[in-house]
Design a protein around this ligand. Structure first.
Ligand code: G6P
Ligand code: MN
Length: 443
């Protein structure tokens, strides 16, 4: 097996240590020659990188090199894979994305509704730059992007790089949900074969099979109806916010029993409830700053101080393992099935071709080969088309610097609906995003 050179773009992320642990766990499936971290924030990255050095020395002695840098040429030259996880504006801007809509009585969420729009308009420019720079120094590298909001980012990359067939956008949420299905069934996630359709953070599992072809969907649905639903992946299993989110799946399934929903549908189907349970002074960003970020930085300090992993409580998570197995399937032509984001082109037969849809695909060295979904029912189609129009309008607005299209986008979004409310939220978001958004013109 050829050993791979990997760059992690956004090396300073709070997810990086989990990724490193996952790279170690998966080293036989995806053997590495080198790992490089790249970040624009040298200080934030250095802490994670110094801790990573300690981990790798103990657990990956066969790795030939580990480097971290803020220099793109050094970072991207000759890599085989770029894992891209950037967050323009950081968790500070995530907090604003969540608080501003909430102050107007609308859902305040990282990737859904106005927050997702704001984050999308920040991410597009940096993502385009990252892809251009990777291409300059590593024309053949696979770019696995899980930068959020993945739906909007994927649509922007589709438009900007129409001929580049080595960019793949992915999200770990379907996998994190499947970890819980696996637990219910007493199986491993890798034993399950999903049938799924939708947009990113906006989809449904239509069926779950095992590798022998047995349909397990009803076992899962019945278990959820009888016993509820909980997160099982190590990263989120004890997190009160994720526990609440997974519990909502039971409600969604009772109201709409046809398919198993992605957890993110809660924001679109129960917006009022989602607003009611929020505390504007302690939204998810604040919880992550005081929770995951603090925990990861404490782990780094322990690792660096001890120069050993002995006292650091490190865990492998599905987020990392999923991305790595995706990469392995592309690198070694495994043809394994993963849920990924690709251009529709008839996969969902009654949806426009140029939608970026989230569906299962066999991943080969020639890229994703998605499976046909066929025609989807009216309820899901209606929801998807509204959301898709929102996503397209946001990307249009970024290219055209068009205020009115953003007003249309927010008015269309199920988490906002009212035009005056859309305008009020939009005007507040503009004030806070001056540094990041294009300057918008009004008609
Ligand atoms: C899931 C989603 C990601 C999202 C993350 C947020 O993993 O798929 O797109 O960024 O959740 O989690 P957090 O714990 O930061 O709220
Ligand atoms: Mn996601």
């Amino acid at each position: 097996m050829k050993k791979q050179n990997l760059v992690v773009v956004g090396g300073g992320s709070t997810y990086t240590l989990g990724m490193v642990m996952s790279l170690i766990e998966e080293k036989e499936n995806f053997p590495l020659k080198s790992i490089t971290f790249y970040d624009t924030n040298a200080e934030r990255q250095e802490k994670i990188a110094k801790a990573t050095e300690v981990i790798l020395k103990e657990k990956y002695p066969e790795l030939e090199s580990f480097n971290y840098t803020t220099n793109r040429k050094k970072a991207f030259s000759d890599v085989d894979f770029a894992f891209v996880q950037i967050r323009t504006g950081g968790l500070q801007m995530r907090e604003k994305d969540e608080q501003i809509p909430l102050r107007h009585g609308a859902v305040g969420q990282e990737t859904c509704g106005p927050g997702g729009m704001a984050y999308g308009l920040r991410s597009i420019k940096d993502m385009i730059e990252v892809v251009n720079d990777v291409r300059e120094y590593a024309p053949d590298a696979w770019i696995l992007n899980y930068t959020n909001p993945a739906a909007i980012v994927a649509e922007a990359l589709r438009r900007e790089f129409p001929k580049d067939d080595k960019i793949l956008n992915i999200c770990d949420m379907p996998a994190a949900i499947m970890v819980s299905y696996a637990k219910i069934l007493g199986k491993e996630i890798w034993d399950l074969v999903p049938e799924y359709f939708g947009l990113n953070h906006f989809g449904w599992f239509t069926d779950i099979y095992d590798k022998e072809g047995n349909k397990l969907t009803d076992d899962i649905k019945n278990a959820i109806k009888d016993n509820g639903f909980l997160p099982e992946d190590s990263e989120i299993i004890n997190d009160p916010s994720w526990i609440k989110t997974f519990k909502q799946v039971e409600t969604m399934l009772n109201d709409f029993p046809d398919y198993l929903p992605n957890t993110y549908l809660q924001y679109y189907l129960y917006p009022s409830q989602m607003v009611e349970k929020e505390d504007v002074e302690n939204t998810r960003a604040r919880q992550v700053i005081n929770g995951r970020e603090k925990r990861v930085h404490d782990q780094c300090e322990t690792l660096i101080r001890d120069n050993s992993t002995e006292h650091a409580d490190l865990e492998v998570d599905i987020h990392g393992c999923y991305m790595i197995r995706v990469a392995a399937s592309l690198a070694y032509n495994n043809g394994d099935t993963f849920i990924v984001i690709v251009e529709n082109n008839g996969i969902i037969s009654n949806l426009q071709d140029d939608a970026m849809v989230e569906v299962p695909a066999s991943l080969t060295a020639r890229g994703p080969k998605p499976f046909a979904v066929g025609s989807i029912p009216t309820f899901q189609k209606g929801l998807i088309e509204g959301q898709l129009a929102f996503e397209k309008l946001v990307v249009d607005a970024w290219y055209e610097k068009d205020y009115n299209k953003l007003l249309q986008a927010l008015t269309l979004n199920r988490t906002v609906v009212d035009a005056p409310r859309a305008r009020a939220i939009l005007d507040d978001l503009i004030k806070e995003n001056k540094e990041f958004w294009p300057e918008l013109a009004k008609k």
